[in-house]
Design a binder for this molecule. Sequence first.
Ligand code: GDP
Ligand code: MG
Length: 598
Amino acid sequence: TDVDAIRNFCIIAHIDHGKSTLADRLLEVTGTLGHNQKNAQVLDDMDLERERGITIKSHAIQMHYPGADGRGYVLNLIDTPGHVDFSYEVSRSLAACEGALLVVDATQGVEAQTIANLYLAVEAGLEIIPVINKIDLPSSDVEGVSRQIMDLIGNEQEEIIQVSAKAGIGIDELLEAIIHRVPAPADYREQPLRALIFDSVFDAYRGAVVYLRIVEGRLRKGDRVRFFANNKVFVADEIGTMGMKRQPCDLLEAGNVGYLICSIKDVKDAKVGDTVTLADTPAHERLAGYQDVKPMVFSGLYPVNSDEFEDLRESLEKLSLNDASLVYTPETSAALGFGFRCGFLGLLHMEIIQERLEREYHVQIITTVPNVEYRVLRSNGETVLVDNPSKMPESAVIAHVEEPYVKVQIITLAEYIGNIMKLSMERRGEYKNTDYLDTLRVCIHFEFPLAEIVFDFHDRLKSVSKGYASMDYEYIGYRQSDLVKLDVLLNGEPVDALSTIVHRSKAYEWGRKLCQKLKGIIPKQMYEVAIQAAIGSRVISRETVSAMRKNVLAKCYGGDISRKRKLLEKQKEGKKRMKQVGRVEVPQEAFLAILNID
Ligand code: GDP
Ligand code: MG
């Protein structure tokens, strides 16, 4: 193919605005989909993704499109993950494109991830084609949404394409816009090979399948290739492009997108963002923008039955083959036994891993409350990273503690500003400023400690705004905070898996509520159980579970909609999952009790 007949583009949108539906429609209209494949959302190939309506892993699909000008075009649609947890992967997928379709739901308007993704696309220098979707719906407000888009990107009304991905309206016009407005790739075929890895997946038979954009040079079947991140050399056993299946070929040239299979046994050797070159005639520098992704949220995962520890290890190993961002190290807890401390990119990532472990690998697990990673400066000048609250050093040897902060943007209707301000104050948020998007909608900017928004902030936000708020966050660095470790003791024995790190100003209230909550969860036993919360050696709160007289059923929760509720319900299913902690029987839901505190 001629380089100037290639168009590389992606679709960016807020969740549920129709990205997958539009992608499927494009595949159908260009004849890429066989007829029997209609209706299945083909780009989302994992069940879990389909259920959640979130594209977790990016892929690339090649389409052939005969333009109205009579010329044949090759369109490479690069799918991007849509969630903030995966924003580095989003930015790598964008770097493989020249253009982006910015899809906005005509009934919803611009939302937080619309803006966050747009910024990433603009940063990547992409040509933006604004698209208003769902114009078939009676409640669509094409005019209002057009205005929002024009305010946002400063384009002309005529540049906005109106479509219904579902009803198939406006798709031809959109395809013409793609070939006329998205620039062809620059012709760098004569340079040494540099290819950007924007995704890699694990295939049980072939090893890692590496998706790449050939930015410069040529890649031929049989070439010896080198990966910059680790300097490892492999032979390109198979290269090709992606249709509905892999289509092997002998040559991939600059400007094109394709895959590479070279017997890589571990996806960690083919990291998203890395550059591939030729071993014999290498380029000297890797492509810009590579970043080793770091986990932001940590949690302990323990098998319910301690003899399933090896099964859990094997399952984590398999999962991490497909997910270079999942990290785990063995740890032991006095309360829970042998398990793993796992690091995730964010809360969504954590939930996905937990669900897959239970669903695909059938390992019953107990999870501890998620926490962020703290940076502790000891009085002796040494800095340590603490990813498990029970490992926090004694306060006597601490000079200060730092915690990760994030920049948060919330888009909502002006009438909910008050509620959101109140919520953010409860969560130690620092208000920055407010932009009016139009007369009704605002974008409020805050800075928050990541720990304060990590578990249920999003759900609380939805409930105080009756669903009319969307948010997005971005990591901005560590800041010093007055944090203390809060321990829980059962009959005088500290339970390491229940330790948390909280801001000093909240410690008393937190301790009291946690003890009350645990009292409701821990069933009566043959003897009295004392539940205490303590900071260091100072007990700040106490509750008592009296000795058993007759059978008492564990209490039910009140509580709110949501992710938090889902976590808790999952734990409820496993009420039988009791752990013997010292002489006390503790249901596993106790280990998540803190999630249920408001
Ligand atoms: P994504 O999260 O951006 O990938 O969104 P999806 O493609 O999964 O679409 C979200 C929901 O909107 C689904 O229920 C779709 O059927 C629906 N949808 C998508 N496009 C249209 C459209 O043009 N018209 C209507 N009425 N519904 C649509
Ligand atoms: Mg989707």
